[in-house]
Design a protein around this ligand. Sequence first.
Ligand code: ADP
Ligand code: UDP
Length: 237
Amino acid sequence: MEKREQLYEGKAKKVYCTDDPDLLIVSYKDDATALNGKKRGSILGKGAINNRITNAMMQLLEKNGIPTHYVRELNDRETLVKKVDIIPLEVIVRNISAGHFASRYGVKEGIVFDDPTIEISYKNDELDDPLLNASHAIALKLATREELDTIKEMALRTNAILKEFFRSINVELVDFKLEFGKTSDGRIVLADEISPDTCRFWDATTHEKLDKDRFRRDMGGIEDAYQEMMKRVDSVL
Ligand code: ADP
Ligand code: UDP
């Protein structure tokens, strides 16, 4: 597989073309941002950890019937994926109140929901990723009703699989963000990443935060938290 020109540089990853038009290489960076890019920094070793955790999760999901963009890991920070047209929605699933859910609705963090919640926002940095509902997404032609139904069903199945996996390593899956895309043959697959950058992870016993909230909230111990998550994921692979 030959790496060709850089297609895109995002906040956390670079994306490269390959000699196959249906395949891309994603390269995970140590750069970290929060508040939609207004807070910037670097987390030593993050790129390699997010690459490893994402790939483990994508393989787990594939094994459990969720189609993903994952093809194969190339090295410690690069992975070969299927090229997709990203549907510009951030799909957020929550099992426990935290972050914007807690601030938006004026409740404390840590309320365990009887059933997961799901919400979508418009993936648009200039607009600060505004929340929208299904009828808005359809009106804006971001996705069709059928695509939204598929995405919702895949996101909730993904939640059930991931929640059980993280429970097995004594981690509560509080909430997370997914992105979906369409392959060249029109199938919807799970894309992007599943990592401490895009999920909230709490130690199930101590409720210690093991994710990017340590960076967002200047809590310190960021590298250690990412290392700890990688160690626990590795321990069951
Ligand atoms: P951002 O664009 O939000 O700064 P990243 O730094 O993670 O995020 O950049 C990676 C970009 O690649 C994202 O815009 C994401 O939507 C996109 N992407 C993820 N997986 C794929 C894929 N399989 N095909 C095409 N684009 C993808
Ligand atoms: N999230 C993300 N990218 C975003 C926004 C949210 O990966 O642009 C993840 C975030 O890590 C958390 C979940 O989605 O696990 C819910 O985030 P929330 O809406 O509470 O917003 P945040 O407080 O993270 O900005």
